[in-house]
Design a protein around this ligand. Structure first.
Ligand code: FAD
Length: 522
């Protein structure tokens, strides 16, 4: 842990949240965007030095902090936007040469031949690919539900007008979001954050009031390391990049090919094969259908199913009727066969694909940060977001089984407003109590597996409302929950066709469009 003296701050500045750039085909939309971007642009504010180091205070007593954001995917962009609105100075670091994160499709894959190869620890030498999108991916949520509140996602940003659109459309939407609010200017691209160290302030009062500072080391294009000190760090590095591969008996000596869905792009190479997919959440269900269009047989094995009735189905499903649902794998054998927990054996399986999810990884966080990942549980954090030991460190987007973008927006607003002093930082007592209560629900004390600690599902709505209220900001309109429920029902009823099937959400959709009109004219 480093200690450093407070830096002296500046006097007068002009904050700019960036100019709008024309992006699409819709002129009206562009004009609205221009208006919205201008609303938070070029406010001249008198600043005075604050007692807490690099941060400054404006005439209203609001603190303007220097904030580092790690990642410029949807979460990082929301964080940049919220910090800019609150008047902070933001420096975002992004590994790639564009915004979008997961939605920036990469055809490259990692080498994951052999069980667990891509689950090996990141020693910095393995060639890594961030993205896990496959070429044909369409969203599993309708676009209206997916989009940010401040920047509705209903008109097309290209040629894809489908409600459940292709990944390219989401990437264009995120690019438009970044351009509209001038977020790109805050991002250093091709910049990898390699270390984040805690810097405890010498001024004990400032340390108590505003928490620690952070030394962030980064490198552009693998070049020389650069170390800068920030008042706060927002981690938004995503959690769909590091494959999680459960250990099954016999997997190491099984002769078939083993891959993780992180490295799936197209069904090429699966022609005529018998393919076992383990895990039947969104990716397992979707990829099994695509592979079944060329494979001989597909076995989809899972412990839990999106629709409980699927657990007992024995008929072949899918367009070709060649997908067979199976229980969990019991063991792999050196003769190439696979045994399932119901005792059934499949004698010839060519390829096993793990659709078993991902691990949270923060290879840049130094030990003194006080946050660790144990069995995919990031702790101790207040509200799955703020580091209990030093609340100027926060994480956007850890919860899963959620509607991510609006949640990113709500979390980001809360963090940005806490950093400015617009809303109070949680007391240490509240944070410790929250962390202890969450811990008590997890195995071995409670019944929730530790790796499910950040799994939200239905409780996301209550969480969003709580965080929004702590930020003194608006929560989500009820149509989002209604549309989410309608989508889930549709998916369970029509697993093959739900993206194009009629959805009974007319009321929610009308409320959504009503809200979007209000946002556009605001
Ligand atoms: P990411 O998009 O992963 O962005 C993280 C960024 O951080 C990346 O750009 C990365 O390059 C950067 N980064 C990482 N480490 C560093 C470092 N050390 N230094 C600098 N930069 C770094 N969500 C939906 O709402 N609807 C869907 O239909 C949907 N489908 C999905 C399908 C798949 C296959 C996957 C994997 C996810 C899907 N999601 C979907 C969830 C999706 O992950 C979220 O929508 C969202 O994009 C996550 O954003 P993020 O910013 O948290 O992470």
């Amino acid at each position: 842990m480093c200690r450093c003296g407070a830096a002296v701050a500046v006097a007068t500045t002009t904050t700019t949240t960036g100019a709008a750039v024309r992006t699409g085909t819709h002129r009206t939309r562009d004009r609205r965007r221009d208006r919205r971007a201008r609303r938070t642009t070029t406010t001249t504010t008198t600043m005075k030095a604050s007692t807490d180091g690099g941060a400054r205070e404006d005439t209203s007593g609001r603190r303007r902090a220097r904030v580092a954001v790690i990642g410029a995917g949807a979460a990082g962009l929301a964080a940049i936007r919220a910090c800019e609105v609150e008047g902070h100075t933001v420096v975002a670091f992004e590994l790639a040469n564009d915004v979008g994160g997961t939605w920036r499709y990469e055809s490259e894959v990692e080498d994951d031949e052999g069980e667990g190869a891509s689950a090996a620890p990141d020693d910095g030498r393995r060639a890594k690919v961030h993205g896990s999108m496959y070429a044909s991916l369409r969203t599993n949520l309708p676009r209206e539900l997916m989009g940010f509140g401040e920047f509705p996602f209903h008109e097309s940003h290209g040629v894809d007008e489908r409600r459940f659109c292709g990944h390219e459309e989401v990437q264009r939407y995120l690019q438009a979001y970044a351009e509209t609010f001038g977020l790109r200017e805050r991002v250093t691209f091709n910049a990898k954050v390699t270390s984040v160290e805690r810097v405890v302030r010498e001024d004990a009062e400032a340390e108590r009031a505003w928490s620690s500072q952070w030394a962030v080391t980064s490198s552009i294009d693998g070049g020389a390391a650069r170390r800068e000190v920030f008042d706060a760090v927002i981690v938004a590095n995503g959690h769909y990049s590091e494959p999680r591969v459960p250990r099954f008996k016999g997997a190491l000596t099984w002769p078939g090919r083993q891959v993780h869905s992180h490295n799936y792009r197209t069904p090429d190479g699966f022609e005529g094969k018998t393919v076992l997919l383990i895990g039947a959440m969104a990716s397992g269900e979707d990829i099994s259908r695509e592979i079944a269009s060329v494979a001989d047989r597909v076995l989809l094995s899972a412990r839990t199913w999106q629709n409980p009735e699927w657990a007992t189905s024995v008929e072949g499903v899918g367009a070709q009727g060649n997908i067979y649902r199976k229980p969990n794998v019991a063991s792999f054998s050196p003769d190439g066969s696979v045994e399932f927990e119901d005792g059934s054996v499949e004698h010839r399986v060519d390829i096993c694909m793990y659709c078993t999810g991902y691990r949270y990884e923060f290879p840049f966080l130094s030990r003194d940060v006080g946050v660790a990942v144990v069995d995919n549980f990031v702790a101790p954090l207040y509200e799955h977001c703020v580091a209990v030991d030093a609340p100027s460190l926060s994480f956007i987007g850890l919860p899963w089984k959620v509607v991510p973008f609006p949640m990113f927006e709500i979390q980001s607003r809360w963090i940005a407003r806490m950093l400015s002093g617009a809303v109070p930082m949680p007391s240490r007592e509240d944070m410790v109590t929250f962390a202890a209560q969450l811990e008590s629900t997890l195995e071995p004390h409670g019944g929730v597996p530790r790796r499910h600690a950040h799994c939200f599902g239905d409780k996301q709505w209550e969480y969003n409302a709580r965080i929004a209220s702590m930020s003194d900001g608006p929560g989500l309109e009820s149509w989002r929950e209604q549309m989410y429920i309608a989508t889930g029902k549709n998916k369970r009823a029509n697993p093959e066709t739900y993206r194009d099937a009629h959805m009974s959400d007319a009321e929610a959709l009308a409320a959504a469009l009503d809200e979007f009109t209000k946002v556009a004219t605001r």
